[in-house]
Design a protein around this ligand. Sequence first.
Ligand SMILES: NC(=O)c1ccc[n+]([C@@H]2O[C@H](COP(=O)([O-])OP(=O)(O)OC[C@H]3O[C@@H](n4cnc5c(N)ncnc54)[C@H](O)[C@@H]3O)[C@@H](O)[C@H]2O)c1
Length: 347
Amino acid sequence: MKTGEKNCVSDKIKIAIAGMGNVTSTLIKGLEFYKNSVEGLWHPKIAGLTLNDIAISTVFDIDSSKVGKKIGQLIADHKTSFSDVSIQPGMMLDAVPAHISQNGQIKSSNYEEFVKSLKSIKPDFLVSVISSGLDKTSEKYSEAALDAGCSFFNATSAKTVTDKMRKAFENKGLIILGDDLMSQFGGTAFHRGMIDFMTSRGIRVQKAYQLDVGGNQDTMNTMAEETREKKRNIKTESIAIETTYPFKSTAGTTEYAEQLGDSRVSYYWMEAKGFLGSTIEMDLSLRTNDSTNGCNVIVDSLRAAKYVLAKKDLAKVDTISAYAFKNPTKKMHIRECIKLFEDVFAT
Ligand SMILES: NC(=O)c1ccc[n+]([C@@H]2O[C@H](COP(=O)([O-])OP(=O)(O)OC[C@H]3O[C@@H](n4cnc5c(N)ncnc54)[C@H](O)[C@@H]3O)[C@@H](O)[C@H]2O)c1
């Protein structure tokens, strides 16, 4: 631990990841790229830590075409210092997603085997970036992290952060962060930012919608009706944080379009009222890249979480979760949580 420096720690962050998909591949490429650059990084230093301080110990997946391979074989077009890390079998407690069952079999381990392998790795965090819609599996991963003695980070929309789990993690000096990653400049963050600005200018929002169309695997998985409905509720509730009054709002994934690849287009429409009830109408679209959009938030919150653990200042978890997730325990305005996060952790 560094001494004498405010808000700084110097220990490496050791992570295990569940899910060797788009986000993980992009994160691995980012960890390599940011060894020698800060271009495109939101916060080059958090709690005195750079991206060089994040080390991937192992990755778990259940897709038999990935398990047993090394990262270097799966990301063959990019050099990475994690190329020798092997993909190990993860757990699966839900129905297997269509894309995996179409390709063949799954390779998984049972709970005891999984906890044992996690214990042998001793990561600081188990980061879950598994496919959307696997709620029972996500819960099991959080339990396994707790049993193995590591903190848990849930990027998926599954509800893993409950009061009970939070207390259980805290009793062991650990933390649980989630749920549902909020991308840096994705559909939800941008929507919230627009409403925040209108509200700050005295404009009253009346009705709004956000229709997301994407072309990656995660969008395809989200199209399953139950998952789509659940994610729509999370996004709509996240947006509602920005006003003190209710307004008619719908936000969520509406279509999968393969030709968009890893990008996502959000179509927004808003109607608001100003002086003498005059109408203000907004109609616009935002196109972003999905996996890159999530990575700044992941690397920021992992570094902040490491600080919180090192300083045993677990109450600050609320700030990290409000900054990084659409469905945090303590809800804050987007402007407020970014300011609070930077005040506490940016160095
Ligand atoms: N900006 C973003 O990309 C963003 C934002 C918010 C939330 N998320 C969430 O992050 C998660 C990952 O996104 P992605 O684009 O990388 O998805 P993806 O579909 O590309 O990858 C998911 C990976 O998880 C693996 N997997 C499935 N079940 C598993 C299990 N039981 N154990 C271990 N691995 C398993 C799949 O085989 C695949 O390799 C999704 O739940 C997504 O909704 C992403």
